[in-house]
Design a protein around this ligand. Structure first.
Ligand SMILES: NC(=O)c1ccc[n+]([C@@H]2O[C@H](COP(=O)([O-])OP(=O)(O)OC[C@H]3O[C@@H](n4cnc5c(N)ncnc54)[C@H](OP(=O)(O)O)[C@@H]3O)[C@@H](O)[C@H]2O)c1
Length: 293
């Protein structure tokens, strides 16, 4: 399949990473336009032959596949300010943003699509290492879909077909798998400090435990990776945990919700007897919430 002249509008974290990786993989990354020249220059500094354009219009005149890599809130306005043409491919990299943000390009005759790498981007050097082996959600059809699949394979990423209408749920799934883990770790840090440890020692001590759990989940699946009192059917310890949690300033709502989900997971692993599962669920009702007592 023919390699198309590629351009980026918005020279931020995602553009800098993708432009460098695509160029290194032999793609024709022609140029970049960003609001500030310094941002374009930073991207160019990581590439061999990418050039900066003075306007988005000039860039678009010269490229056939254009990634609109500005912040989500700017995508629609940026796209509306440009005259697109038939034969062009216009793509955003947002997870939550619908393809409708690109409708002006579609109305001009271009094909539109989404290419969302399921990874976090900070420093391009670090991000490019993490991208290899990560998934990328592609929402497109026809020739553009084929092009985006080709690029995903070139970047050694796993392409996923995202069906229309699933974008928000996909984004929420990603959020649960990423930053939501940090909320649980923050609660672990609070308890760590209450044990008398220095807060700064919490992450070094707890993260190996987190990583071990995630590694088990990767190898065995979620249900078989459940450890701790739930996995052993130890309802007496759950009761004691819940009593402690109920005394904490935020109450036991978070722990109770997590436990209910863990018990369901443990049930699907089929390691516990019906009596053990019943005892675990009874622990949840035995200890009253601070509100109901
Ligand atoms: N960051 C992530 O972890 C991540 C992960 C997956 C997907 N994404 C998605 O990727 C897209 C880009 O995100 P990002 O993290 O790369 O954003 P970013 O680092 O904030 O970069 C956005 C860039 O767009 C430029 N820009 C803003 N308004 C512009 C305009 N009107 N015209 C031209 N350039 C403009 C910015 O300008 P300056 O020229 O002023 O610097 C900045 O360099 C978003 O849709 C985001 O949802 C991000």
């Amino acid at each position: 399949m023919e390699a198309l002249p590629i351009g980026f509008i918005g020279a931020g974290r995602v553009a800098s990473t993708l432009a460098g990786m695509l160029e290194a993989a032999g793609e024709n990354v022609l140029g970049v336009y960003s609001r500030r020249q310094s941002s374009s220059n930073a991207l160019i500094g990581r590439c061999r032959s990418v050039r900066a354009y003075e306007s988005a219009t000039q860039l678009v005149e010269n490229c056939q596949l254009i990634f609109v890599t500005v912040p989500d809130s700017m995508i629609e306005a940026v796209v509306e300010g440009i005259g697109w043409r038939t034969g062009q491919f216009v793509v955003h990299c947002s997870a939550a943003g619908e393809l409708d943000l690109l409708r002006h390009a579609k109305n001009c005759g271009a094909e539109i699509g989404g290419f969302h790498p399921l990874q976090i981007f900070s420093d391009p050097e670090v991000a490019s290492k993490h991208l290899v082996g990560s998934s990328v959600a592609i929402e497109a059809s026809g020739a553009l879909q084929l092009q985006l699949y080709r690029l995903a394979n070139l970047l050694e990423m796993t392409p996923l077909t995202l069906r229309p209408g699933a974008r928000l749920a996909y984004h929420l799934a990603g959020n649960f798998a990423a930053s939501s883990l940090l909320a649980l770790l923050a609660e672990a840090e609070n308890l760590w400090e209450e044990c008398g440890f220095v807060r700064e020692t919490a992450l070094p001590a707890l993260l190996p435990l987190s990583l071990g759990t995630l590694d088990s989940a990767r190898r065995l699946g979620l249900a078989k990776a459940v450890s701790g009192p739930v996995s052993r059917g130890d309802s007496a310890t759950l009761v004691r945990h819940l009593e402690l949690a109920a005394q904490r300033p935020e109450g036991d709502g978070l722990y109770r919700e997590v436990l209910a989900r863990l018990i369901t997971l443990a049930e699907s692993s089929q390691r516990l007897s019906a009596i053990q599962l019943e005892a675990l669920r009874a622990a949840l009702t035995q200890v009253k919430t601070p509100d109901s007592s």
